[in-house]
Design a protein around this ligand. Structure first.
Ligand code: E4P
Length: 230
């Protein structure tokens, strides 16, 4: 399962894009509102950090069919290749998805809360569907089960639509969707950090360093290995 970063915070994007194997960034109106300022300049900066090969998912704000089409085209014109336009799973959203997918635009149908929404989005030509795992769990529903059902339906139908699971609050949710055939997950900075951090890893590293220093002093292997050019 591929990992995408769910934030518009430039420092976080710089950090995780440098250190972690992320394949892009997702935003939504709430995520952009947290950063404030000039949203267009911010999206441009995110694209600059990511480069042109990584995915950038940007949600439409317009709600009328013709205006969604215009906004989607403007987003792609602004941010270039590998930009996916997020459109909510509504009647108008699906209509726009049909039109824009037919033009070859990458569409991520978002705010998906049921497998049938995902099915309709995939039939409309969406590149991705984004089921909201934690939001479902908070409604006492089975978020991971929803992703599993979508994965089954997509596998049977042979659709090219991928699952980009979203709305994660715990690392376990991320692991659980990976185990039921989810293609990609978009994860916020906090959860992303927790996926790698482990106190037992830190103590292991400290023990290695102590043992090494006791036996060999402060010199690292880099300093001890003779340089070919010497
Ligand atoms: C993707 O960008 C989704 O919009 C996002 O993951 C939703 O997350 P939330 O439920 O934490 O707002």
């Amino acid at each position: 399962m591929r990992l995408i970063l769910d934030t518009a915070n430039l420092k976080d994007i710089e950090y995780f894009n440098t250190h972690y194997p992320i394949e892009g960034v997702t935003t939504n109106p709430t995520i952009l509102s947290k950063e404030g300022g000039d949203a267009v300049a911010l999206l441009r900066q995110i694209r600059t950090i990511l480069g042109e090969d990584k995915e950038l998912h940007v949600q439409v704000v317009e709600t009328q069919y013709e205006r969604i089409l215009m906004e989607a085209r403007a987003i792609v014109k602004l941010l270039g290749e590998n930009t996916f336009v997020k459109i909510p799973a509504t009647d108008v959203g699906i209509r726009a998805t049909k039109t824009l997918s037919a033009e070859g635009m990458g569409i991520t149908v978002t705010a998906v809360l049921s497998p049938t929404q995902a099915m309709i989005a995939s039939l409309a030509g969406a590149s991705y569907v984004a089921p909201y795992v934690s939001r479902l769990e908070n409604l006492c529903e089975d978020g991971v089960g929803c992703v599993a059902a979508i994965a089954d339906v997509f596998a049977y139908s042979g659709t090219k639509t991928r699952i980009l699971a979203a709305s994660f609050k715990t690392v376990k949710e991320v692991l659980d969707v990976a185990a039921v055939g989810c293609h990609a997950a978009t994860v916020g900075s906090d959860v992303m950090k927790k996926m790698l951090a482990h106190t037992a890893t830190d103590t292991s590293i400290a023990d290695f360093a102590k043992d090494w220093e006791r036996a060999f002093g402060r010199h690292t292997l880099l300093e001890l290995i003779p340089n070919e050019r010497d």
